[in-house]
Design a protein around this ligand. Sequence first.
Ligand SMILES: [Zn+2]
Length: 392
Amino acid sequence: MIINKAYRFRIYPSDNQIEPLAQHFGSCRFVYNHFLRKRIDFYAENKDKEKQGLTYYDTAITLTQLKKDPEYVWLNSVNAQSLQQSLRRLDVAYNNFFNKKAKFPNFKKKHSKQSFLVPQSFNIDFRKNLLYIPKIEPIKIVLHREIEGAMKSINITKTPSNKYFASILCEIEKVVKPKKRGNQIGIDLGIKSFFVTSDNETVDAPKYLHKSEDKLAKHQRYLSRKVKGSKRRNKARMKVARIHEKISNQRNDFLHKLSHRLVSENQAIFAENLHVKGIMANHHLSKSVADSGWSEFVRQLRYKSEWNGVSFEQIDRFFPSSKRCFSCGWINEFLTLKDREWTCQCGQVVDRDWNAAQNILLFGQKMVGQELPKLKRSGRGGAVRPLAELRS
Ligand SMILES: [Zn+2]
């Protein structure tokens, strides 16, 4: 199995490297935006015709012509391959949109995160801690960890708080054997807590995250009051960018530790499909779906499971995970969002989130055709009904 792994290292460009880096960011952003505009316009003019849209190759040919135009001659001072990669990214963004994986591509903004890709002709001197990329003098890089596998490409980024990074994409060959034994777990991604598992473990989003979020809201208010173009506004913008960055680091750290632990402790993991979760929820919840980092968490669970031979499945159909008593299968039609706990007709005291996680586990196991595990019982319980009774 081939695994793609990205290693991110901080780089420290010198004063005279910042300018050529800025040229690369700016030119790649220009190419992306220029051809996004071209593609939109082309579609508007040709939607009734046989050829409705531009392909990657169409845009690559036009780019070559554009670089000969005296008005755009400055494009020649940056790595030509990085410019082509901007067209590739645009093409990927279009495909993701058409495959309903993403929204329609946005124009890239100057104050957002900047990036350009170096697909080849790069190198790293691991003894001298130097990064070599075309058209720029060797840049100081801090290699805080060893890298594995063959280096495939390097993505250079600049954050809104003016930090520079190099993400090195590596291909690693790995033999993965499926885990044969171990715990199986269902996860209910929650609103009140981050999630509850079928093992009855509740995980909350860490308090420091909430604190940082409050701080962010405060500084965003300050920023909105500053006069556009003023020095103070710029300063406030940097402050907001730094808090954003801190939150994203804290959140990533939290998610990585959590996904790592779940994958190492379990043989099979089941979760709901977030799309289903989002549809079932009201508007307020949809925002919390986006904010809580669930989709990133699910992404991590998926690839970490894959790398470690753990089975990870998402249940992508509706079923009454909260309303159904995990113990006897009775459906509580009277359950409202406010009810955190209820007593089933079989006598089982049902905790809303824990119950949902148990049902996700049961439903997931049924989906992959596994045998039913013995249920741990707490409280008086009736007979366990066959899973065939799970209905959607
Ligand atoms: Zn029951």
